[in-house]
Design a protein around this ligand. Structure first.
Ligand SMILES: [Zn+2]
Length: 247
């Protein structure tokens, strides 16, 4: 079978996956047999979960549709245009709060997300197959620094963190999934992701350091691991951080 060619154009943040010479321009892709559009896009370097809309010769197509010779393929990230007609997005909106599963290198980011109240599964011994399975079964967004993990077939929603610093990563996630108005601090345990419950001071009194006993009156306890939280210095740091990203 002869070589065939198709052209790809990647919009916005999807250019982060391309070498500089391929950014914001038509990329020629040569292939044999009959790959799916998804296979060609991932061979060029872009993981499918970051794609929101896929147009072939101007019409929306599914990720697994076969690549046609001479096709002009335009690939758009999430939130590129607020005006896509109905049915263009590859992602069906999911009801309920946004939830995550994080890869093993993202312990600090997991804590920050939990601090804002986001249900974020993380263990330092998850392998790729486990993360993909949790994402699929529990309909969670995969967060990772590993582009290969996002190419896993079972992963449908995910995001590759551009930064290696937890604070910047948190800002990226808030921006990418538009979470600025969905913060619920003191609802989730930083350590185990369990739900927090507001508890009367007298029930946790004996576990508190002396100064905390003196200066604080509002307490929250993890239903799973019983850890106790209050609005101490940690809370002030969080407020300062939230002001920074809101500004
Ligand atoms: Zn806990």
């Amino acid at each position: 079978m002869n070589d065939q060619k198709a052209q790809f154009y990647f919009h916005g943040s999807l250019n982060d996956f391309l070498s500089p010479s391929l950014r914001n321009s038509w990329v020629s892709y040569t292939y044999r047999d009959q790959p799916a559009v998804k296979d060609a896009i991932e061979a060029i370097g872009v993981p499918h979960p970051e794609i929101d809309v896929l147009l072939v010769n101007g019409s929306p197509v599914a990720l697994l549709s076969p690549l046609q010779p001479e096709a002009l393929v335009e690939v758009y990230p999430l939130h590129h245009s607020p005006q896509w007609p109905e049915g263009y997005s590859l992602h069906t909106p999911t009801p309920g709060p946004t939830t995550f599963v994080l890869d093993v290198h993202l312990g600090r980011l997991a804590k920050l997300l939990r601090m804002l109240g986001f249900d974020s599964r993380y263990e330092n011994d998850y392998n790729d197959a486990t993360i993909a399975r949790i994402a699929q079964e529990e309909n969670r967004i995969v967060l990772t620094r590993d582009i290969g993990l996002l190419k896993h077939r079972a992963v449908s929603r995910g995001y590759w963190l551009r930064s290696q610093h937890a604070d910047e990563q948190l800002a990226e996630v808030i921006q990418q999934f538009q979470l600025k108005h969905d913060f619920h601090p003191f609802t989730r345990c930083l350590t185990c992701n369990g739900n927090l419950l507001k508890v009367p001071k007298e029930t946790v009194l004996e576990n508190l350091p002396p100064k905390t006993r003196l200066y604080f009156n509002e307490f929250f306890q993890c239903k799973t691991c019983q850890r106790v939280y209050w609005k101490g210095s940690h809370y002030e740091r969080m407020q300062a951080f939230l002001n920074k990203i809101a500004g």
